[in-house]
Ligand binder design. Structure first.
Ligand code: AP5
Length: 252
């Protein structure tokens, strides 16, 4: 499928990820690409940050990219979908992410956090990776984080994020050392506009309708691991690392 050029969407410099590891000096064989799947609040962003720290590959979060576009005409268009809890149209998402995946820091692998989210997006991605030689030595690795719906309210309503470094906190489960301030750089933490109860409801409906069918679709086409995401963060991370190593070693 051919997508319109990026310029058609007025895309600009906001395509940079929030966390950029020093991939040139990173050691070890390539990994991935890694695709993190899960319901809103499952812990995709939290685990992505830990994978970045361990494997020195970039995190590419479509949600973060869209939020970073705030203040531009395109950003307002994207925000309108996000604030209603709807998914951004597939064509637009793929057009935005394509040049990011071609970045030089993606050569050793990368983590997709929040993409793909529909079957058309996944099919586009698998074609794109195959055509560009980016599929990795053993193909994409999928980590599907599962969390019961009852846990999600505290996760989303309690989430706070550092606008400077992107670090994620939670008032209930992972509070900062000083209330409201980032442990790393002291910035005042912010709450996402779509972490409002009405919008959360719509996001969960979008997930059930558009993203759940993707799970079985990818299970058959990738190195797929399902991980219980309601364990403590450190335990989930251990299991995620085990899954990544298993796929990298070709054990599955
Ligand atoms: P996006 O920003 O991707 O949001 P999301 O998928 O809804 O996921 P979240 O970021 O809310 O949750 P998460 O799983 O990353 O959890 P986190 O680690 O933060 O997308 C936003 C919007 O952009 C979408 O609604 C859509 O409009 C649009 N969009 C984005 N991508 C798109 C696409 N591909 N196609 C179309 N539209 C797209 O954790 C949540 C909280 O839980 C945190 O406070 C954290 O501290 C806490 N926590 C994490 N793990 C644990 C644990 N194990 N125990 C206790 N607490 C934990």
């Amino acid at each position: 499928m051919a997508w319109p050029p990026l310029a058609a969407f007025g895309m600009g410099p906001f395509l940079e990820p929030m966390i950029v590891p020093d991939t040139d000096s990173a050691a070890g064989p390539p990994l991935g690409p890694v695709i993190l799947l899960g319901v809103p609040g499952a812990g995709k962003g939290t685990q992505a940050q830990r994978i970045v720290a361990r494997y020195a590959i970039p995190q590419i979060s479509t949600g973060d990219i869209f939020r970073a576009a705030a203040g531009t005409a395109q950003g307002r268009q994207l925000a309108a979908y996000m604030e209603r809890g709807e998914l951004v149209p597939d064509e637009l998402v793929c057009a935005i992410i394509a040049p990011r995946l071609a970045g030089p820091d993606c050569r050793r692998g990368f983590i997709l956090d929040g993409f793909p989210r529909t079957i058309p997006q996944a099919d586009w991605l698998l074609d794109f990776l195959a055509c560009r030689g980016l599929a990795g030595p053993r193909g994409p690795i999928v980590v599907y984080l599962t969390v019961g719906y009852n846990d999600l309210y505290r996760r989303l309503a309690g989430r706070r994020t550092c606008p400077a470094c992107g670090r994620i906190y939670n008032d209930f489960s992972q509070p900062p050392q000083r209330p409201g301030l980032c442990d790393l750089d002291g910035s005042a933490l912010v709450q996402r506009r779509d972490d409002d109860p009405e919008v959360i409801r719509e996001r969960l409906i979008s997930y059930e309708e558009r993203t759940l069918p993707l799970i079985e679709h990818l299970r058959r086409r990738t190195c797929f691991h399902q991980i219980y995401g309601a364990d403590p963060v450190a335990r989930v991370t251990e299991n995620v690392f085990w899954a990544l190593e298993t796929c990298r070693d070709g054990a599955r």
